[in-house]
Design a protein around this ligand. Structure first.
Ligand SMILES: NC(=O)c1ccc[n+]([C@@H]2O[C@H](COP(=O)([O-])OP(=O)(O)OC[C@H]3O[C@@H](n4cnc5c(N)ncnc54)[C@H](O)[C@@H]3O)[C@@H](O)[C@H]2O)c1
Length: 343
């Protein structure tokens, strides 16, 4: 066990990297060493903005011995190369969601980290929302009875500019798809974290509004291994965009979260009914930048703690791969027009 501050390097200087930098700078169990960008020009611009050392390639950052762990904030289809390079150098890895855009690539990251014995965690910051934690505890304690139905609704809005201003969002090579794999994945992760393993899925996807390769509307009917049923409705094409909802129903009660906050609590434990968190974490329903960084900070702290105490982070590689596997199943089902069974 070590209480040494963990030196962090952040790979990527785009929008989410800012949340990570702010979080690391606020935490006492770690410190920022440097960041890495993909070109000299971008590095110089970022160095001016952030006031810390920015390397012009992640390979240079990885050579810095003060960096114990990296946070990978490159675009989704570019998580594999920096992850493999970081593992090779013995750096612990916290990677933004999705872990990667295919299961094969995700497996390579998981195997590389296992081989050299570094910690791997995948960002799913909503797992750290206090109201979600209350819901999970209530389900595990059996307060809702036997689970019968779970719904994830992510009816968000993104404008044309959101996709046009980036060369990877909504593309198959950079994003792996669109509304489900990029935006919906957070609530899909929570849904399966609560409901358990998925047995089969029937999915339909459409690109109804945006000029993108991936889907901007995706639906799925799920059968869980515990025989409960579920649905997913994810979009970036609705107007004006609504806070995402997670609805969990058991034989004895139900709980509904909206933008990570309890809006419905109906179990025998009446005390918890009014026990909602007062904190606001923001929802990306219409504006991706509206989200606050507090939940990222909680997950980074968990990751650093796992390194210091040699524990498994809350969302390890196997946990982080589950939502990707389900979303890939939805895409496959939509393509083949039939139900897909998981092993
Ligand atoms: N957890 C969340 O809520 C959340 C929110 C937004 C984005 N994300 C995830 O974060 C990742 C980045 O998204 P973003 O919105 O910040 O994208 P972005 O386009 O704003 O930034 C991507 C950054 O990666 C950099 N980059 C690409 N290749 C690189 C390389 N080889 N070396 C160094 N830098 C490189 C780009 O220059 C850019 O700065 C994606 O995987 C996305 O899914 C997560």
């Amino acid at each position: 066990m070590s209480s040494k501050k963990i030196g962090i390097g952040i790979i990527g200087t785009g929008s989410i990297a800012r949340h990570h930098l702010k979080s690391v700078q606020e935490l006492s169990n770690c410190e920022i060493i440097a960041m890495a960008s993909s070109s000299k020009k971008r590095a110089a611009k970022a160095e001016k903005e952030f006031g810390i050392k920015i390397y012009d390639s992640y390979q240079k950052l990885l050579k810095n011995d003060a960096v114990d762990a990296v946070i990978i904030c490159t675009y989704s289809g570019n998580h594999l190369a920096p992850a493999l390079a970081a593992a090779k150098r013995g750096k612990h890895i916290l990677v933004e969601k999705p872990i990667e855009i295919t299961i094969k690539r995700a497996n390579k990251i998981i195997a590389a980290c296992k081989k050299v014995g570094v910690k791997l965690s995948v960002i799913f910051q909503n797992r750290f929302s206090p109201d979600y934690i209350k819901l999970k505890k209530a389900v595990r304690e059996g307060q809702l009875g036997k689970l019968i139905l779970g719904n994830a609704y992510i009816k968000w809005s993104r404008d044309a500019n959101y996709y046009q201003s980036s060369n990877w969002k909504g593309t198959i090579k950079g994003d792996g798809g669109a509304a489900l794999i990029n935006q919906g994945i957070h609530t899909i992760d929570l849904l399966i974290d609560i409901m358990g393993e998925v047995d089969s899925v029937f999915g339909k996807t459409r690109t109804v509004k945006h000029t993108i390769e991936g889907e901007d509307l995706g639906l799925a009917i799920l059968t869980f291994k515990n025989s409960a049923l579920g649905t997913i409705e994810g979009s970036t094409a609705v107007t004006p965009g609504y806070p995402e909802r997670l609805e969990i129903y058991g034989t004895q009660g139900s709980v509904i979260l909206e933008a990570g906050k309890i809006v419905g609590w109906n179990t025998d434990d009446k005390k918890r009914k009014n026990n909602k968190s007062k904190k606001e974490y923001g929802s990306g329903s219409a504006d991706p930048l509206a989200m606050k960084h507090k939940l990222h900070k909680a997950q980074i702290s968990d990751f650093v703690n796992a390194i210091q105490k040699d524990k498994t982070p809350l969302v390890d590689g196997i946990q982080g791969r589950k939502s990707l596997a389900l979303i890939k199943g939805i895409y496959k089902s939509a393509e083949k027009g039939k139900e897909i069974k998981f092993k």
